[in-house]
Design a protein around this ligand. Sequence first.
Ligand code: NAP
Length: 324
Amino acid sequence: MSDKGEEKSETIKKIEKPIYDRVALIGLGLIASSMFWAMKRGGLAGEVTGYARSRETRETAREIGLCDRVCDSAAEAVEGADLVVLCVPVGAMGQVAEEIAPHLKRGATVSDVGSVKRAVIEAVRPHIPEGVHFIPAHPLAGTEQSGPRAGFATLFDNRWCILVPDGEPDAEALARLRALWEGMGAHVDVMDADHHDLVLAVTSHAPHLIAYTMVGVADDLRRVTDSEVIKYSAAGFRDFTRIAASDPTMWRDVFLSNKDATLEILGRFTEELFALQRAIRQGDGAHLHDYFTRTRAIRRGIIEAGQDTPAPDFGRVAKEEAGE
Ligand code: NAP
């Protein structure tokens, strides 16, 4: 067993299951539903309550057995909960925190799964009552699907979840949240919010914006190429379309709330793009070859770190075969 594996089982050994007697999930989309199924798989929570803003989502949740109890208000869902996880778009976190604040149990932990951390801390922290722990988190796992039917128990397996404590966290509360994420299959890291936002701007936010742009460009060309864009989309472009199919609300909020880091990375991206453009114009094959050799090594590193498979389609063939 690796060091990481030993460390992981140590944490779980110390904290008996269920890790939390009562968990409340606010927002019942892809991430919350995956958390529910993963918690059930691991026997990590006693009762899980859930709340979503629309009646339609709550009814779907009841129909598919998502959550042990679906509540008609956020206040009812968090009543008596030991852990409350905010699983709504980043821009809605502050308003939801304000709504649930008076109903939180003393000693409870409030966490979230938002893709941006500094903005969430600024929006949520002012509403957290005395005696309630606040430990923001971000699981680095997702698909382009959203809604209560999108989740599945294995979403977090072998993925990273970053805990971003705001200030000096309570050791017991932190260990418990870590054990929950490890129990749901994730590796856990702890990071500062600003560092998190910069890392994610490079690895996720800027790439999403580039994918949105590329698909937008292809759409503009549609008049010229007609169905060719779809027909010949296997080469690279298809993966852009998958990323560009991600939820518009979520991604609007990500860019608006991680503005500085995203703009910083896009500035660097533009400089590199100009350099590549110049190399193409000047026929500088050596520059292009060196650049692509460097980027190929990064891809190998990702596969060696177990964060993707060398199979085409980003491992999706294997996933479909597994019936997920
Ligand atoms: P999702 O599938 O679109 O679900 C969002 C949920 O939030 C829905 O239940 C929705 O309720 C509820 N909601 C939306 N606006 C709300 C508001 N103003 N007040 C109360 N509830 C509201 O989203 P998701 O993909 O699970 O994302 C949830 C969070 O996880 C986001 O903060 C996102 O940044 C983060 N995240 C996402 C991914 C990913 O790949 N998707 C990965 C990591 C982290 P209704 O259904 O009733 O509208």
